[in-house]
Structure formats: structure tokens, C-alpha cells
Design a protein around this ligand. Structure first.
Ligand code: VNL
Length: 393
């Protein structure tokens, strides 16, 4: 284009943007690029996040702030290079206004620079490593952090007479977050960590590690493995006879994931966990949510990933309402800061300093009710911030 043409085009676009003048922009929809693993080892997470996001749209309509919301779903197969490439393509070619999803930490980390460069809000609906929100000022998180749910469990363990504990975590960022949070809190409260075991993320064989645990004879094992992996841990814990040897299993709720819990069978009974969501949570909002989620997904029970997707869409809708349909990345992120609402998990808010979610952490025990297994809540700590960032802010 010649300079004169460019100036003319600019002048024209200014006229079109004037209030009251119908413009192409006003009729445009808001595009949300949802990038999740729908194939590969983390497909259960992708399926849940997608189902949660779609249920939000089905129950709240596809309009917010005078704009039509359009969801574009892409499968990254849980491969970081793919997540990054898809995010890049959605931002530069599809011109999406928001990117969302991110089934695990490396996938979120790989995409953060794209959110920063493109100035688009990036809603982390699943991944839980503390540091993620610091990787771009455009990241807002609707899921949780591992330290947020782990610190209350370590305090509970110390108060409930567990003196010697072995930690057993998946060997990647959120596992290391969980290990550190548990170890620091538990030892400060007088407990002893007798061994710190890290298992590979991909297809872990827990048997040799659990044999080491048996030999170490702790009072309990504290564990974090990501959503989808808990069944294998539970089965091998049972096969190795650890419970019979008097060793308890305590864990973050990722291990007794609602999506898989029923398939774990009796071995899971009595497991104590801490987490931010249980499908058994007793509130009218949650009862409606679980019913609608199961009805829309062939009876699939929602887990915390489904709720991350559902609440992540809520953030986008509420931000658009607040900005009156202004989709600029900074305006939307600013509108999300400080939002508060009653989630199906309980009361939540977005910390305006860290863009992380502040929420109730529940203590739960796996129990059988009406022939099904549930994470039954028996106590809670309210308004828990990510403790890592709370300590440095
Ligand atoms: C992560 C954290 C992934 C918790 C999970 O399941 C989970 C992560 C896939 O940050 O990678 O339950």
C-alpha cells in the first residue's frame, strides 16, 4: 500500500469505530480458542475441560457484553510444541480474542509467551504449578495451585498424629510444588519426611517405589499424581498390601479424581485428600451442575477439571459484561481481577495481585454412598490463596 492509501484506510477505520456508526467490528463475535489434550495420556482432562466450557455456554447462552461467543476447540495431544503452535496459529491467523485450556503445566508454560506477544487473555483452566501466572501478565487461572491444596493437608497430617511420612509425587513441576509445600509445612509442624520419591510422569510403574515405601515403614504416604493417573497408584498401593501394613495414603484430590473414583473400587475407601472441588459438594449450585453435566455427557461425572473449564468460561463472560464488549486483552484481564462469585465448588475470587484463584480448600474422605464412591467433605479452610505467592507478595 502507498502511504496515501494507508492514511485513507486509517481514516476510514476511525470513522467506522465512532459510536453509533455501524461497523464490522460491532458484529464480530468473540472467539475463544480452547486448547486441550483430547488424545494421548491426558485425554480425560481435555474431555472434562471441554465439557465444562460447553456446559457453561449451553446454560448461559452464547452472548455476553453484546457479543456472540464462539468456541474453537483444538486438540494438542498434550505435547507442548503442539500447544504452542496451535496457540500461535489461533492468535495470528484465526484472530481469537482469548486462549484457554492448558491440560498440564508444560503446555501452559509453552503458551505463555504467545499470550504476552499477542496481548490476549490466557485462561489456565487445568494446570496447577504455582509459577504459571507469573509467566505472562495476560494469564488468569480458574483451576488451583498444588501448594494451595497441599499446605492444609500437611497441617492436618501433623495434627492427626502422623509422624513419619514418605512423599511420592509425579516428577515434574506440580509434583515438585506439592513435595515442597508438604515437606516444609509438615516438618515445621514437627513431622518427619523419611523419604522423598519422584516417579516418572509418563506411564509410571509404582510397584518398585511402593516396595521402597513398605520397607521404610512410615505412618503414611503423601502423594500427588496428575488427574488420570490415580487409578494406577491406588491399584498398586492395594496390590502391595501397604494398607494392611498399616501405612495410610493421603493425597491431593488429583489422586481420587471424581472422573475415575468409581473405577478404583474398595481400595480407595478411607483415603483422605484435600482439594477445591468434589462432585459430592453439598450446594444447590453444585447439585444442578452435576445433574446437567452428567446429562450432557453420557453420565460422565464432573471432576475438578470440568469445573476449571466451566468457571474459566464464567471469567470470560463476566469480563465482557464489565468491559461492555471491549475485547482488548488488557481491558479483559483488568476486568477479571477481583471478580468474585459463587462457583459450584463454593465461594471464589480472582486475586487482583496474582491473577490466581482464591478458594475454599476441603478435607475429604472417600466413602461409599448408594453403591458409588465419593469424596465426602468433612472440613474446610476458607479463602485460601496460593501460599507461594502470598509469601513473596
Ligand atoms: C497438573 C496439575 C495436571 C494437576 C493435572 O492433571 C493435575 C499440571 C492433568 O499442572 O500439570 O491434576
Amino acid at each position: 500500500m502507498k502511504r496515501r492509501q494507508i492514511l485513507k484506510a486509517l481514516a476510514l477505520s476511525t470513522v467506522l469505530a465512532l459510536p453509533g456508526v455501524p461497523s464490522a467490528v460491532a458484529q464480530e463475535s468473540v472467539k475463544v480458542g480452547l486448547i486441550v489434550p483430547l488424545t494421548g495420556p491426558f485425554a480425560t482432562t481435555g474431555r472434562q475441560v471441554e465439557a465444562g466450557a460447553k456446559l457453561y455456554m449451553a446454560t448461559h447462552g452464547d452472548e455476553a457484553g453484546g457479543k456472540t461467543i464462539e468456541l474453537i476447540v483444538r486438540d494438542d495431544a498434550a505435547t507442548a510444541e503442539q500447544t504452542r503452535r496451535i496457540a500461535q496459529e489461533l492468535v495470528t491467523r484465526e484472530r481469537v480474542n482469548v486462549i484457554a485450556g492448558f491440560g498440564h503445566t508444560p503446555l501452559a508454560m509453552a503458551s505463555a509467551p504467545i499470550a504476552t506477544q499477542g496481548k490476549v487473555p490466557m485462561i489456565v483452566m487445568a494446570a496447577g504449578t504455582s509459577v504459571i501466572t507469573e509467566k505472562s501478565p495476560f494469564i488468569v487461572r480458574s483451576s488451583f495451585t498444588l501448594p494451595q491444596v497441599t499446605v492444609p493437608l500437611a497441617e492436618w497430617a501433623a495434627k492427626n498424629n502422623l509422624k513419619k511420612v514418605v512423599t511420592l509425587v509425579a516428577d515434574y513441576a506440580p509434583g515438585l510444588d506439592a513435595e515442597k509445600a508438604f515437606t516444609e509445612t509438615f516438618t515445621k509442624a514437627g513431622g518427619e519426611i523419611v523419604e522423598s520419591i519422584r516417579v516418572p510422569l509418563a506411564n509410571p510403574d509404582f510397584a518398585p517405589f511402593l516396595q521402597r515405601v513398605r520397607d521404610a515403614k512410615p505412618d503414611a504416604v503423601f502423594s500427588f499424581v496428575p488427574s488420570g493417573v490415580g487409578s494406577a497408584l491406588m491399584k498398586q498401593f492395594d496390590d502391595r498390601g501397604l494398607a494392611d501394613a498399616g501405612i495410610r495414603l493421603i493425597a491431593t484430590g488429583d489422586v481420587t479424581d471424581d472422573d475415575l473414583l468409581n473405577g478404583m473400587g474398595k481400595a480407595a475407601l478411607g483415603t483422605i485428600t484435600t482439594h477445591h472441588y468434589s462432585a459430592d459438594h453439598d450446594s444447590p449450585e453444585n447439585k444442578d451442575f452435576v445433574k446437567a453435566f452428567e446429562a450432557a455427557n453420557n453420565g460422565m461425572r464432573p471432576n475438578f477439571m470440568g469445573v476449571g473449564g466451566y468457571d474459566g468460561m464464567h471469567l470470560i463472560y463476566e469480563a465482557l459484561k464489565k468491559t461492555g464488549g471491549d475485547t482488548s486483552g488488557q481491558a479483559m484481564v483488568d476486568a477479571m481481577k477481583g471478580l468474585q462469585w459463587t462457583s459450584v465448588r463454593g465461594p471464589v475470587s480472582i486475586d487482583p495481585e496474582t491473577r490466581d484463584i482464591v478458594q475454599t480448600v476441603y478435607f475429604r474422605e472417600v466413602k461409599e454412598k448408594d453403591g458409588q464412591l465419593w469424596n465426602v467433605e468433612f472440613d474446610k479452610v476458607e479463602a485460601v490463596k496460593d501460599p507461594v505467592k502470598a509469601a513473596t507478595n
